[in-house]
Design a protein around this ligand. Structure first.
Ligand code: NAP
Length: 533
């Protein structure tokens, strides 16, 4: 594809969930838009994370676009938790339905974006030599897209094959009859492990931290449910925008102590049978009250001990070092059952850490495991990884994350001071990875589109947060998380300052509903807290 003009109103980086909608939305309002994507197709994380077992962990009917009745009439989800191929096909279908691909250049990585006050533009360079400029730069690069690199000593010597779940090769990877090792038992590892075990001659699971894993219980979804939503899409969208997470996941209104022990068990059992993320929100105080949390956590541990036949193995799989829900709750299809198979071995890295990777496998302190294939499911350089990969600079030569040494600083997680016209939708300080990323992206791209329309209509050329408003929002983000048990637990959502060990929770935890109200109020008051010039 060739693009005649080098200057655009908006450049959108990334063709994932946010980028697809952004390009469509901005073009629809009459702006000239260019999308730039490194992969050869749309899909973002759903393009790259094509590991066996990959699927969504919130209901498909929540985790999809709500802006178009046409899509809802033409697309039918087959399952409660759609698998990766179906989600990728959906994103492809939406992109085709709205002519989005024609506005993208694919196979092109943005390498730098320099803001210049004299041209009032970002000047963007790319891996293919394409140079373009824009008035507004929208980073739809996602918060979990820059994968951690495996940095185990000796990896370069390994004569077998190694892959990352986050960049699973499109050509596929042979699994049949191979000796496979997998490092990492987060959401990705937990989904991949049961499938790998079905094919592997032997599967070695290298676990550093045991995670809480609850059943997904995916099942076919009827067409009637989907027709019902399609019939009143606008109302359904507003209903979702008024929830805590942008989903239909039920949230308990009463604390655990409101129920008798027998009632508590009945509620927990019902949830275990119905499956899904609601195990995180059965009781109103389980995210803040350690004793309530202990009851839920112990229930899950009891289930692990029931499922896994070897009691020692069950104990190693039981999460005990942190409260349930303080890291991403993993949904599984047969995860714990997999450890009853004869061809699966669990290696507890807390007791027996990895010493090195050898030519033929992985050596821990006490044993050598012969492998043909190593799968790394190590997670991401969350929130800042994708931004830092691109040389984004303002006129002072600063990068957006330079001022974030003690934790991210943004207004609404959307913009950061000193970077005019740079939008970071779903960024740190927004609900981000804690909220439904389809709905959140839709809401934020609408907000950005309206904002650009407002600026243009009034002759403003730039917008950025005032320092004071950014301070206030950053304090609100901290206040919202201050009572949460999850603030105390190390994981990718918590920034820990090295000197005084102070902790900053990165996403906004005040609720999607409150966030939506705050963003709408800001816009309604003429973008209060932002400096327009
Ligand atoms: P993750 O949750 O960050 O898990 C990474 C895993 O790798 C952890 O078990 C971690 O152990 C382990 N690890 C990292 N470095 C290691 C090392 N040097 N040695 C040994 N183990 C190491 O990453 P993820 O599983 O890719 O999931 C990330 C996020 O992506 C999820 O929280 C979720 O938001 C999203 N996701 C969603 C879905 C879905 O919708 N179904 C699926 C996959 C991912 P420690 O715990 O000890 O650090």
């Amino acid at each position: 594809m060739t693009h005649g003009e080098a200057d655009y109103d908006v450049i959108v980086v990334g063709a994932g969930i946010g980028g697809i909608y952004a390009v469509h939305r901005f073009a629809r309002q009459g702006l000239s838009v260019l999308g730039i994507e490194g992969a050869s197709g749309v899909g973002g994380v759903w393009y790259h994370n094509r590991y066996p077992g990959a699927r969504v962990d919130v209901d498909s009917i929540d985790y999809c676009y709500y802006f178009s009745t046409q899509i809802w009439q033409q697309w039918r989800w087959t399952e409660r938790f759609a698998a990766q191929p179906e989600i990728l096909a959906y994103l492809d279908f939406v992109a085709d339905s709205f002519g989005v691909k024609q506005r993208f250049v694919f196979g092109t990585w943005v390498t730098s974006a320099q803001w210049r006050g004299d041209t009032v533009r970002y000047h963007v360079t790319t891996s293919t030599g394409l140079s373009v400029s824009c008035r507004f730069l929208v980073m739809a690069t996602g918060q979990l897209s820059a994968a951690r690199r495996p940095e185990f000593p000796g990896l370069e010597r390994f004569r077998g094959e190694w892959v990352r779940t986050s960049h699973w090769p499109e050509r596929g990877v042979g699994l049949d009859g191979r000796r496979i090792g997998i490092i990492g038992t987060g959401s990705s590892g937990v989904q991949a492990i049961p499938v790998l075990a079905q094919y592997a001659k032997h599967l070695h699971v290298f676990q550093r931290t045991a995670n809480y894993v609850v059943p997904a219980r995916t099942a076919p979804i009827g067409a009637a449910v989907q027709r019902g939503i399609a019939g009143q899409l606008g109302d359904e969208r507003e209903l979702l925008l008024a929830t805590r997470g942008g989903t239909r996941i039920p949230v308990g209104a009463r604390p655990l102590s409101h129920f008798s022990p027998a009632e508590q068990v009945a509620i927990l059992e019902r949830q275990w049978e119905s499956g899904g993320q609601a195990m995180n929100s059965l009781f109103s105080d389980q995210s803040t009250n350690q004793e309530s949390n202990d009851v839920v956590a112990e229930f899950v541990r009891r289930k692990v001990r029931e499922i896994v036949r070897d009691p020692g193995l069950a104990e190693t799989l039981c999460p005990s070092s942190y409260p349930i829900g303080t890291r991403r709750l993993c949904l599984d299809i047969g995860y714990y059952e997999t450890f009853n198979r004869d061809n699966v071995t669990l290696i507890d890295l807390r007791c027996d850490p990895i010493a090195e990777i050898t030519e033929t496998g992985i050596r821990t302190q006490t044993a050598h495991h012969e492998l043909d294939l190593i799968v790394f499911a190590l997670g991401f350089r969350a929130f800042t990884g994708a931004l830092d990969k691109i040389h984004i600079r303002n006129e002072r030569g600063a990068a957006p994350t330079d001022g974030w040494a003690r934790g991210p600083r943004t207004l609404l997680g959307l913009m950061t001071t000193g970077f005019p016209n740079l939008f970071l939708p779903t960024g740190p300080g927004s609900p981000s990875v804690l909220g439904n990323l389809f709905l959140q992206n839709e809401f934020l791209m609408d907000w950005i589109g309206d904002c650009i329309g407002y600026l243009d209509a009034r002759g403003f050329t730039t917008i950025e947060p005032s320092e004071a408003a950014q301070d206030v929002w950053t304090a609100q983000v901290a206040e919202a998380a201050s009572r949460l048990l999850r603030l105390r637990v190390d994981n990718y959502m918590v920034h820990v300052n090295a000197d005084d060990k102070s902790r900053v929770f990165i996403p906004y935890t005040g609720g999607f509903d409150r966030y939506v109200r705050a963003a709408r109020d800001t816009a309604a008051r003429g973008y209060e807290g932002f400096v327009l010039s």
